[in-house]
Write a protein of this length. Structure first.
Length: 76
């Protein structure tokens, strides 16, 4: 028998996404620029949770990420 995983309804409104959204709203996107979370549309998700009129979550600038990564490597 077992669990039929083909009929499980998947949604974007899960604990992980809510936690990441809360962290992005609290600390901003720059803090998480190296994390693999940027393929997800956080602004659309935020709008579906909190409605319109919220501050946009800015995707980190790739040049900023590169400079910071190089600086970390040099300082180590």
């Amino acid at each position: 028998m077992g669990i039929d995983m083909t009929s499980v309804y998947m949604t974007d409104h899960n604990y992980f996404n809510l936690y990441v959204l809360d962290s992005l709203r609290r600390y901003g996107g720059r803090r998480f620029f190296l994390d693999d979370i940027w393929s997800f549309d956080w602004n659309a998700f935020q709008q579906s949770i909190y409605g319109g009129g919220q501050k946009r979550i800015e995707t980190p600038n790739i040049l900023y990420a590169l400079v910071k990564t190089v600086a970390i490597k040099i300082l180590q």
